[in-house]
Design a binder for this molecule. Structure first.
Ligand SMILES: [Zn+2]
Length: 491
């Protein structure tokens, strides 16, 4: 039982783990690196293995940092099946088509700018286009059901609920030499719409994500109160209320919360504009796979209600209609992407409203310090948006507790039923994992960071310090890239 990680090793994005079990080679996730040019350059590197020689690909969930390089894998020769749960297949379609469009648009724009400076050779082409995505979608096999064991490439695989986003799974893999858990991304047990992760069985090895392994999220009730208070105060201001949101999970959580607060009379019923076609498509999938969600949402759906539709909701399909919102008078909530304000329709809303003291900006996602949102949170006096300097005079509210990721308590709860497995840490920054290793040791668990690209024997002895050779933990970590990556992947 061996693993080589070509992404999410000593970092939080680009998840891609190659398992070698006997003579079988299974790739778990095929994600994109996100968060800054240096990191994103890694997406263009050749695969370190021949895609045509893989026996199977299995996806844990549909976030871009877990599925974003699939069309590239197919473009470079993979022709086998890509196994996932039905909701993951549905969401992956939305995510990959959006990704292809953004890449092509971005490429055209970069090329125009670069031509004027005579450096068009430096512009990297898109990783793939929409046609490549359709070739990839044809290989998706949405045959994985929670709790049901399938034999994939001769290996027994059982997906279980991971509670992170719609369709998210962790995998129990039974090989001749032992039992392995691959966590994918695990959910925050308090927030969101997903049922809690299923308690895993005893195993010999666990590969676990560690995005927030060094911290504890704010209690959910406190987050809801903060959100309600921010909305009430914003309504009193009388201007527009802008909520930048990521399209999957966060947008649905916010819609659901807004509906509940309005129905309970805790927040006035002002118009809500959902100005994100991707969030609209993703919300349809939440409707479609409603049985997966927490009991109150399931019950609402069974009663024929729409739990994601505040009574004042307007869906904004086209960009022309989005532009027309700039002339809309009176208070209203506008939800638009992207979540850290670096692109998408939120930008023109910010340009039109951020300079007005009556506007409120309610931030519900992590903002990287280098992003537009990060600069606003840090108190910038003026920010540059779409080529113009805009004075920041809006009221800014930051609500931190909506994370879809497990915190340290959640991770320990997940591991509590697994016996005494060897724990391999992925999907985290080295300093976060370094802080988590002694916490696991207190539970009697031996833990090691998974090195980048090197082969590890999952049942082997690991490293004496928990760190692969050459990894030095600095006292004051440079947070920028990691945070940007977390923010782009919607965490
Ligand atoms: Zn994720």
């Amino acid at each position: 039982m061996q693993m080589q990680s070509f992404g999410a090793a000593l970092t939080v994005t680009g998840s891609m783990h190659l398992l070698t079990l006997g003579n079988k080679r299974i790739l778990v996730d095929c994600g994109m690196f996100q968060g800054g040019d240096e990191m994103e350059k890694r997406n263009h590197e050749p695969f370190a293995f021949d895609p045509a020689e893989l026996d199977a690909v299995i996806l844990t969930h549909a976030h871009l940092d877990h599925v974003g390089r699939l069309p590239l894998l197919v473009g470079r020769g993979y022709r086998g099946a890509i196994y996932c749960t039905p909701p993951t297949a549905a969401l992956a379609e939305t995510v990959l088509i959006d990704s292809a469009r953004l890449q092509v648009e971005g490429y055209r724009q970069d090329l125009r700018h670069a031509r004027r400076q005579g450096r068009e050779d430096e512009v990297l082409p898109p990783l793939y286009e929409e046609a490549d995505v359709y070739r990839t979608l044809a290989l998706l096999r949405p045959h994985l059901e929670f709790g049901e064991t399938k034999t994939i490439a001769g290996i027994k695989v059982t997906p279980q609920r991971a509670g992170h986003i719609l369709g998210s799974a962790y995998l129990l893999i039974e090989a001749p030499d032992g039992r392995l858990l691959m966590s994918g991304d695990l959910g925050n047990r308090e927030s969101g719409l997903q049922q809690d992760f299923t308690a895993p069985p005893e195993v010999d090895a666990v590969v676990i994500e560690t995005t927030y392994a060094n911290r504890t999220h704010k209690p959910w009730a406190e987050t809801l109160n903060e959100f309600r208070d921010a909305l009430r105060e914003s309504v009193r201001q009388g201007g527009k209320i802008l909520i930048p949101s990521f399209a999957i999970e966060r947008a649905q959580v916010i819609l659901y919360t807004l509906k509940n607060l309005m129905d309970a009379g805790e927040v006035p019923r002002i118009p809500v504009f959902l100005d994100s076609p991707m969030a609209t498509r993703a919300t349809n999938e939440y409707f479609e796979f409603g049985d997966e969600l927490i009991p109150p949402v399931r019950e609402a759906l069974q009663n024929g209600e729409d739990p994601f539709r505040p009574s004042t909701l307007h869906v904004v399909p086209t960009s022309a209609e989005s532009q027309r919102l700039n002339k809309y008078d009176g208070p209203a909530i506008i939800m638009a992407g992207n979540g850290m304000m670096t692109g998408g329709r939120i930008q023109h809303h910010l340009k039109h409203h951020l300079w007005k003291p009556s506007t409120s900006l309610i931030i519900v996602s992590y903002q990287s310090p280098s992003s537009l949102g990060g600069k606003i949170v840090a108190g910038a006096d003026t920010v540059r948006i779409m080529g113009e300097d805009i004075k920041v005079q809006a009221q800014v509210h930051t609500i931190g507790g909506f994370s879809a990721h497990a915190d340290q308590d959640d991770l320990l709860a997940f591991l509590s039923s697994t016996g005494k497995p060897h724990v391999w840490l992925v999907h985290g920054e080295p300093e976060v994992m370094d802080a988590f290793v002694p916490v696991l040791a207190q539970q009697g668990l031996k833990a090691d960071m998974v090195p980048d690209r090197q082969n590890v024997e999952l049942l082997g002895p690991g490293f004496s310090t928990g760190r692969p050779p050459g990894v030095v933990i600095t006292e004051t970590p440079e947070q920028g890239t990691a945070d940007a990556a977390r923010a782009t992947s919607g965490e």
